[in-house]
Each structure stands twice: as structure tokens, then as C-alpha cells.
Design a protein around this ligand. Structure first.
Ligand code: 5GP
Length: 175
């Protein structure tokens, strides 16, 4: 079966918007430093691009989480497969995520990280799907809202494929 991918957000649109987010973060955190916690694997491309657009000092760290349960819908119970290494107590943290869908994963994750007493904690998400939201998670820095379609590229996968596409696309199965 061959997949056809139609472009939803082009490479230049992504890069321009991420630059804007980086400038906004640089203004908001002027005189401070920030710990960026990238959620593996999907947010890696967003993290590299975003961090290069931020002018205040940044530290980068990584976490990998998975939802318990099966299927395409996350359940709200997260399992930490890889934890961050930096001590975040008293520090300004921005969680960097690829996409907020139902909001279960990020609601649970922000709660868990909040227990480590950061000075502040915010969320940057490249994409969000407002139609699918169940949990009211606040996205402080949002790249784009996308329709209720399964998207790939710029870090996002379909069965581990397509992460390396430089744009965001929608997969259509040709059958
Ligand atoms: P949530 O807990 O917000 O429902 O799920 C967020 C996670 O679901 C994302 O980090 C991502 O791994 C996955 N996800 C949700 N929608 C999509 C999508 O359209 N494409 C891809 N590739 N992953 C998605």
C-alpha cells in the first residue's frame, strides 16, 4: 500500500512561525535563563529550530513518555520511559511538544513536572487539534491549529515513518 502525503503546512511557514515563537519567548524571558524539555521523539525538530531562535540562555533536556493503554487515543495515565536529567527546582521550564490532541498527555506531564517545584512552567506546542481537546491544557506558545486529521512530518510519525519530512502533511492511503 502506498501512502500519499498532502502538504498542510509548508517548510517556510513552519520556519517563519517558529522564529516568531522564539522571539516571543526571548521577550518573555528577558534577563532569565530557561530549561527547554523536549518530549521525544516527535518534538526534536521543533526543539532544534525553536532553540536556535531564542536569544536568552537555554539548557536543553529530554523526556520520553507513553500513554498506558492501546490504540490511537491517549488515556491520561502516562508512563515516563525516559526522565529529564537537569534539576528543575527554582528554574524556568518550557515543555516543548509536537502536538496537543486530546490534551491528556500534557495535562498529566505538566502535573508531574510541577511537583519538582520549577520557578515557572509553560508549554510550547508546534501543533494543536482544538476539535479533539478533552483536557483544558494551556498552550502558552502554539505554532498552528490543525484540523482533526492525522498529520506527519517535522518530527511527527506514522508507524515511525515520515518524521524527517521538512513540512507537515496529511497521510492518505491509496489502497
Ligand atoms: P494527547 O494526549 O494530546 O491526545 O496526545 C498527544 C500525542 O498523540 C502526541 O504527542 C502525538 O504523539 C500523538 N498524536 C496526536 N495526534 C497526532 C497526529 O495527528 N499525528 C501524529 N503523528 N501523532 C499524533
Amino acid at each position: 500500500m502506498k501512502d500519499t502525503i498532502s502538504t498542510l503546512i509548508s517548510e517556510s511557514e513552519l520556519k517563519n512561525r517558529i522564529k516568531e515563537l522564539g522571539a516571543e519567548i526571548s521577550r518573555d524571558y528577558e534577563g532569565k535563563s530557561v530549561v527547554l524539555i523536549c518530549i521525544l521523539k516527535g518534538a526534536v525538530y521543533f526543539l532544534t529550530e525553536l532553540s536556535q531562535s531564542i536569544t536568552v540562555p537555554v539548557t536543553i533536556d529530554f523526556m520520553q513518555v507513553s500513554s498506558y493503554g492501546s490504540g490511537m487515543v491517549s488515556t491520561g495515565n502516562i508512563k515516563i520511559k525516559r526522565d529529564h536529567e537537569e534539576n528543575i527546582e527554582g528554574r524556568h521550564v518550557i515543555v516543548v511538544e509536537d502536538i496537543v490532541d486530546t490534551g491528556y498527555t500534557l495535562t498529566a506531564l505538566m502535573e508531574v513536572l510541577g511537583l519538582e517545584k520549577p520557578a515557572s512552567i509553560k508549554l510550547a506546542a508546534l501543533l494543536e487539534k482544538p476539535e479533539r481537546r478533552v483536557k483544558d491544557v494551556k498552550i502558552d506558545y502554539c505554532g498552528f491549529s490543525v484540523p482533526d486529521k492525522f498529520v506527519v512530518g517535522f518530527g511527527l510519525d506514522y508507524d515511525q515513518k515520515y518524521r524527517n519530512l521538512p513540512y507537515i502533511g496529511v497521510v492518505e492511503n491509496d489502497g
